[in-house]
Design a protein around this ligand. Structure first.
Ligand code: C2E
Ligand code: CA
Ligand code: CA
Ligand code: CA
Length: 279
């Protein structure tokens, strides 16, 4: 028993070591990815009750030379830990701004806003307001069509500071959504102090909302709370018309998910918007 216990411990340390060196490897490779243009932005439509595209979420992909398309779920947490998320985040913002200007070239005043995910580390950076302003100015992208998605977690560690950062950006036209709503430990008290107009209901509550009574209860509670606070709601992870209908009849304003569209390349996004607006 002793021997197997020691083996268990050493293989535990082995696994920890392996995980650490794996993180180091990905960090190194991400720096190469940024330098060699291996990242791509995809866009997933968000639609209203009539299926019109009211916004699109920018989602990063890594076109790895050997592994093919890598999901951000695999590398964003590592990039966040290592700090390279700051450079990656600037790349995402810059690309989204350039694409926003191209989108305006196609759709003019009817152009949907682009949502960009802001990591906790980016959100806490003192120079955030200047960075956003400067990057948007490079491509002359209008800040009024830029939306930032921040998670509950990144707001909570310093609520007063979060509020002042958001207010400064809001004054420049930038819109805010709270991402992954329901998964953090939000105090409802601060919600009404934040300059946000939209909350995104996390997909973990949406995916099984028809079969899981707990999820249904949470979704209904979030929708009712949002209504009372005058906030718009977007449900993510909508994979079927039945889920869309469930949410629609309970007052959810907007939807995002595979039922409507997967994340798309810029070219496919343009075609999708043309189709959904009946042009
Ligand atoms: P998120 O912000 O919650 O993004 C939504 C995720 O749900 C995306 O995964 C999207 O592809 C996926 N999704 C959309 N509709 C459905 C659906 O109907 N069913 C299911 N099962 N999934 C759906 P993705 O693209 O893999 O992104 C994962 C996470 O990586 C994002 O979660 C976000 O936290 C992070 N991320 C992605 N791009 C960026 C970025 O540019 N910056 C930062 N900081 N984080 C990013
Ligand atoms: Ca998001
Ligand atoms: Ca989310
Ligand atoms: Ca998420």
């Amino acid at each position: 028993a002793k021997a197997s216990g020691r083996n268990a411990i050493s293989s535990y340390h082995g696994a920890m070591h392996e995980a650490a060196s794996q993180r180091l490897k990905i960090d190194r490779e991400l720096r190469v990815a940024l330098r060699d243009d291996q990242l791509r932005l995809y866009y997933q439509p968000m639609v209203d009750h009539g299926g019109q595209v009211i916004g699109v979420e920018a989602l990063v992909r890594w076109l790895h030379p050997e592994r093919g398309m890598v999901s951000p779920a695999e590398f964003i947490p590592i990039a966040e830990e290592s700090g390279i998320i700051l450079e990656l985040g600037e790349w995402v913002l810059r690309t989204a701004c350039t694409d926003l200007v191209r989108l305006i070239g196609h759709f003019g005043d009817a152009t949907p806003s682009i949502s960009v995910n802001l990591s906790a580390r980016q959100f806490r950076l003192p120079g955030l307001i200047d960075t956003v302003t400067a990057i948007a100015a490079e491509s002359a992208a209008p800040l009024s069509r830029l939306r930032l998605e921040v998670t509950e977690g990144s707001l909570l560690d310093n609520v007063e500071r979060a509020i002042s950062t958001m207010q400064a950006l809001r004054a420049l036209g930038v819109l805010f959504s709270i991402d992954d709503f329901g998964t953090g430990y939000s105090s409802l008290a601060y919600l009404k102090k934040l300059p946000v107009d939209t909350i995104k209901i996390d997909q973990s509550f949406v995916l099984d909302v028809l079969t899981d009574n707990n999820d249904a209860g949470i979704v209904e509670a979030i929708l009712s709370m949002a209504r009372h606070l005058g906030l718009a709601t977007i449900a993510e992870g909508v994979e079927s018309v039945q889920v869309r209908d469930f949410l629609m009849t309970r007052g959810c304003n907007y939807f995002q998910g595979y039922y409507f569209s997967r994340p798309l390349t810029f070219e496919h996004l343009v075609a999708f918007i043309e189709q959904s607006s009946g042009r």
